[in-house]
Design a protein around this ligand. Structure first.
Ligand SMILES: Cc1ncc(COP(=O)(O)O)c(C=O)c1O
Length: 449
């Protein structure tokens, strides 16, 4: 059953009608969502799947408590990271055994960027100029920029940043910059964490490949929300990493995933030579020999309890397979974000908020960001007011000149509803009006906004 088109002027009845026709609607019951709460932050921390507690409990009490060290074999702990990787793989167009789960997104990015830097001279081909420029966008997530900067400093590369992609044409700048002869790597986050803008991965991969440039993708805000095809026949990616705790619902600090194109996974090593990435860990060799395939991207002992929770989260997401899988999730995600944009636009614009998220479906991820203009009420105060009345989004301060503070609303198509999108828009309108009447900034900002 396909999702009907959202109403351009959403009302509570039209939103309820969309929810009634939603083939994914029954899957919301898989989550422990606090009654009455409208949770629009699954792009930061996914909700708790009901399956997580019993599965983690089993891993704790039976596997650890009773099985103790025998569980590495008897409960399959040693293979759990690969089992979770195999469950994630189809969500991003990867094959079985090609994607594994380990460490954090930041650490996996360090591994794949290092490998890409080692591989870049081979990709560029003999006789081509030295390529030691890593191309990215200025508005990329800080951890991506910091990790890249650290490796560039260490290995003698330079970063080149184009202006943020916000649907206003910067994609063209990236495509043009890819043909500059010194560019060796393109590193991007598929869906931008601030604007929610979605890159055209196929176009960028195709141009990069033709120009001899390797691509490294951060799928933190796309895995589980936006279809990804890492091995698209005419436009494959080279490396990818992504988060376990956002749309994969793996819980706070869940381990991350890492994928390398099978054509070159064995051609280079990664820099963190841990014993579990060794070809034969229990041979306890004096010398490191990398495992073949993606197993070499493992470093140390996997966090079994966190992996177990992530497995529950991914299985919960994969329950959508029977109702159309990623295509159905994407259709619903677009319908939810469209509904929220349309329902909140009037009040937002009246209070000097500007849509930072592209309106074009093909360029939008699964979140809506309203940027605060100079005369807008204090964005952090507005978000605090929303959270205290049970509408949970988040706030991202503008990181520099010309980059506004942002009110972020993430839509997880597995559990959010159109009615929630409509109610959140009404709440935003009321809190903007209240803030405009009473003014004032929020109290001291805590460590996490
Ligand atoms: C685009 C992106 N990459 C990476 C991360 C986080 O990486 P880590 O799991 O290493 O903290 C985030 C976190 O929000 C993110 O938005």
């Amino acid at each position: 059953m396909a999702m009907p088109q959202p109403d351009p002027e959403p009302t509570l009845p039209s939103c309820r009608a969309l929810d009634a026709a939603d083939p994914l609607a029954p899957l919301r019951a898989q989550f422990e969502l606090p009654p009455g709460l409208i949770y629009l932050d699954g792009n930061s921390l996914g909700a708790l799947p009901k399956a997580a507690a019993p599965q983690v409990q089993h891993a704790l009490q039976q596997e650890w408590g009773r099985g103790l060290i025998r569980s590495w074999n008897d409960a399959g702990w040693i293979h759990r990271a690969q089992a979770v990787g195999d469950a994630i793989a189809p969500l991003v167009g990867a094959g079985p055994g090609e994607l594994t789960v380990a460490d954090s997104t930041s650490i996996n990015l360090h591994k794949v960027l290092w490998a890409a830097m080692a591989l870049a001279p081979q990709r560029a081909g003999a006789g081509s100029p030295r390529r030691r420029v890593l191309l990215t966008e200025r508005d990329n997530f800080p951890t991506d920029r910091y990790i890249a900067q650290g490796l560039c400093d260490l290995l003698g590369w330079t970063i080149r940043e184009v202006e943020p992609w916000g649907g206003q044409g910067a994609e063209g700048e990236l495509l043009a910059a890819l043909t500059e002869p010194d560019v060796g790597i393109l590193m991007l986050t598929h869906v931008n964490y601030r604007s929610g803008a979605l890159h055209d991965m196929a176009a960028l991969n195709r141009t990069a490949r033709a120009a001899g440039v390797l691509t490294v993708w951060d799928l933190a805000h796309s895995a589980g929300a936006v279809p990804v095809n890492l091995k698209q026949a005419d436009a494959p990616a080279d490396f990818a990493v992504g988060c376990g705790y956002k749309y994969l619902n793996g819980g706070p600090g869940a381990p991350a995933f890492v994928w390398v194109h099978p054509a070159h996974v064995d051609a280079v090593e990664q820099p963190l030579r841990g014993w579990l990435g060794h070809a034969a860990p229990f041979a306890f060799d004096a010398t490191y020999r990398p495992a073949s395939g993606i197993a070499r991207y493992t470093c140390g002992t996997p966090p079994i309890l966190s992996l177990t929770a992530l497995h529950a989260g991914v299985q919960t997401l994969r329950a959508a397979d029977a109702a159309g899988g990623m295509a159905a999730l994407r259709a619903k995600s677009l319908s939810l974000t469209r509904t929220f944009i349309d329902a909140s636009r009037g009040a937002a614009q009246a209070h000097d908020l500007h849509l930072t998220t592209p309106e074009n479906d093909a360029q939008r991820g699964s979140q809506v960001s309203w940027g605060c203009g100079p005369t807008a009420p204090d964005g952090y105060a507005v978000m605090c007011a929303l959270v205290s009345r049970g509408v949970v989004g988040d706030f991202r301060a503008g990181p520099g000149p010309g980059q506004p503070d942002i009110l972020r609303f993430g839509f997880a198509p597995l559990y959010n509803t159109h009615e929630e999108a409509w109610r959140a828009a009404q709440a935003l309108a009321e809190e903007l009006a209240r803030a405009a009447r009473h003014g004032g900034a929020a109290a001291v900002r805590p460590a996490v906004t």
